[in-house]
Design a protein around this ligand. Structure first.
Ligand code: MSK
Length: 631
């Protein structure tokens, strides 16, 4: 059999997109492909991070003729401040998602819209936080834990509770580097304060705060978002699904859920299965209701219910262009405002639900925890009743889809490993069999691949090509976000993909019955990767920086990705970026990020735009770590 034969190639995906864009032309639709052309070339000052518009004396742009801004700030201060603001934007966004989940947990009640689906996990977290669980009603406990979680955002003293999950060596590193995050909102707020006109312009201080703000996200807001989503909706376990645009169904009402917060999508999934709604869909002439996802919402509902994944970030317009999308229902983050005008070219209802993401040309149905059932039912009904407005001549669903097994939470990974070794060291399992495989060299190490698509990179190519290369080198992939969907769309989460891996990884996949690329969830779920890395380090008796694992975001685009990068590096994991974070204008800032922060946290960034080279560098980095461990 030819190598990677069953995969869907990027060329096939591009051909499908081209066909959809033809439909778009017929109805006068705009597209991101066109807007990229309109925006090219990009502003050189913006790209280098050397434009400052923090006060109204400027904007100041740094050139050889004008080496300082009007206030006297040099290029390093300007680039550093811009970088910290970028990070703060990402940390605020992820953490506010986590805050919403805390509120949803606080709204749980017996028989209510939201209930506790994983009481054991809730009790584990309560114990970890020193909250008494004995004899408590599970909902009283949920409210107490939620309130304690909410206090993590604004408490006046102390540091983030989840930091204690890291090995002691890592906690010490954070303490000594002065980057232990305190209250989450405080780190975001301090970042804005530090970058205000007339405050910090010292690159070292700005980058230190970037790491701390990032950590408040990864080991604070995001971690609570992930953990409490599991308590509310169930901790993911392996489940089969399908991925790519072909998951949309011609004869069914198609509802696309897009965004991030599972509080909305869980309810939509529930009501789409309501017999009353299905009967209504049939009465409207459809065979039923099909829910599919885009972006991280897709990861959330795929991991817990096997809901198919229609596409990642740069495919969000494609679902509307099929002409078969009755409603695209969004909450927060990564939603193109373009979906409004685009939907108007078709019969599609573009339904916004959050006061945080209001957009023109949308139907706004505000989603509240206490009326979530009613809101979700109204949205599903609106979509069903829209089926009759479809224009048959515009319907084209490219027949591209792949099978995928998703849902590898840390708990699920340990359970899979336990199933093979029967180790049952404790109720929660252990990473020891995995460590043994790495020590023996059967697996060389792991890459945590995450992040978005970015038109600066041919969509999905970097994700897919890097994954193929790493798998050949017996390096297992843990993935999340739009990177996960790239893998699923290509077919790399089909267990059959193991046959093309290196001999060691192939054996592990067969024995443990897993695909070689493990889907760990959405972008807040990168916190799962942090917990996994911490558990491995603790089980091994080493620091995280010594574990043969690296991080990679080859097609990243959002502020959240920069925040993630900061906390992954601060956790001790070398991180490879395929897009420059607007820092190339400052040798000092680049020198810190890509060099000397290693002295603080044992890891740093590599920015490499050549994907082939980046793959080699990651393999090298893993081999170096092995060598240092004498394995
Ligand atoms: S959705 S942040 S494009 S991964 Fe989380 Fe995808 Fe990046 Fe958004």
């Amino acid at each position: 059999m030819k190598e990677w034969e069953h995969l869907t190639s990027v060329e096939e995906m591009e051909a499908a997109t081209a066909a959809l864009l033809e439909t778009g032309k017929k109805v006068g639709a705009d597209s991101w492909q066109q807007r990229v052309k309109n925006q090219t070339p990009h502003c050189g000052f913006g790209e280098a991070g050397t434009c400052c518009r923090i006060c109204s004396m400027g904007p100041c742009r740094i050139t050889p003729k004008a080496p300082r801004g009007i206030c006297g700030c040099d290029v390093h201060g300007i680039v550093g401040r811009n970088y910290l603001r970028f990070t703060a934007g990402g940390a605020a966004t992820h953490s506010d998602h986590g805050r919403s989940i805390c509120h949803t947990l606080y709204a749980t009640r017996e028989g209510g819209n939201y209930q506790v689906k994983d009481p054991e996990k809730l009790k584990r977290i309560a114990k970890e936080w020193g909250i008494e669980t004995e004899g408590k009603d599970i909902y009283d406990l949920a409210h107490e834990v939620a309130e304690t979680g909410l206090m993590e955002y604004g408490k006046p003293f102390g540091t983030q509770r989840f930091l204690k999950r890291a090995p002691e060596s890592r906690q010490k590193i954070w303490h000594e580097a002065g980057i232990e995050p305190r209250a989450i909102d405080r780190e975001v707020s301090q970042s804005m304060h530090m970058t205000h006109m007339g405050c910090s312009s010292l690159p070292e201080a700005l980058i230190r705060q970037s790491l701390r703000a990032g950590l408040s996200d990864g080991w604070g807001g995001s971690m609570m978002g992930t953990e409490f989503s599991d308590v509310l909706f169930g901790t993911p376990k392996p489940v089969d699904t399908e991925a790519n645009i072909g998951v949309m169904e011609k004869d069914m009402v198609n509802i696309i859920v897009h965004g991030h917060d599972p509080s909305l999508s869980e309810m939509i999934v529930f009501y789409a299965q309501d017999p009353e709604m299905i009967a209504l869909a049939k009465a409207e002439g459809a065979k039923g209701i099909n829910v599919a996802g885009v972006c991280c919402t897709s990861n959330e509902v795929a991991m817990r219910h096997g809901i198919p994944m229609a596409g990642n970030f740069l495919q969000q317009e494609n679902v509307v262009l099929t002409g078969a999308c009755e409603a695209i229902v969004v909450d927060v983050q990564c939603i193109f405002p373009a979906l409004g005008p685009l939907s108007k070219c078709f019969h599609t209802k573009f339904i916004t639900t959050s006061p945080i993401a209001r957009m023109p040309d949308s139907d706004f149905i505000e989603f509240h925890e206490d009326s979530a059932g009613e809101n979700a039912k109204a949205i599903v009904k609106m979509a069903v009743e829209n089926f009759k407005n479809r224009k048959a001549e515009l319907v084209n669903i490219p027949q591209l889809k792949q099978k995928a097994t998703v849902g590898y939470s840390v708990e699920a990974i340990k359970k899979c490993l336990d199933g093979v070794t029967n180790s049952h060291v404790d109720a929660l399992g252990t990473t020891k069999p995995l460590i043994d495989c790495v020590k023996a060299g059967v697996l060389r190490g792991a890459v945590a691949m995450v992040g978005c698509n970015n038109p600066k990179i041919r969509p999905d190519t970097a994700h897919i090509e890097l994954m193929k290369k790493l798998l050949k080198n017996d390096i297992i992939l843990i993935v999340s976000g739009c990177s996960a969907q790239a893998a699923a769309k290509a077919g790399l989460m089909d267990k059959r993909a193991a046959q093309y891996c290196g001999e060691g990884l192939k054996r592990v996949c067969k024995l443990v019955d897993i695909p070689p690329v493990l889907h760990m969830g959405s972008c807040v779920d990168i916190s799962r990767m942090m917990v996994l890395a911490a558990d491995i380090a603790k089980d091994w008796g080493i620091d995280i920086a010594q574990v043969p694992v690296v991080g990679c975001a080859p097609e990243w685009m959002s502020e959240k990705a920069v925040s993630i990068g900061n906390y992954v590096v601060a956790t001790g994991i070398d991180t490879f970026l395929g897009v420059n974070p607007y820092t190339k204008g400052s040798t000092e800032v680049e020198g810190l990020l890509q060099g000397s922060i290693r002295d603080w946290v044992g890891a740093n960034f590599t920015v490499e735009l050549d994907i082939e080279k980046m793959g080699d560098l990651m393999v090298e980095a893993i081999e170096e770590k092995r060598k240092a461990l004498n394995i």
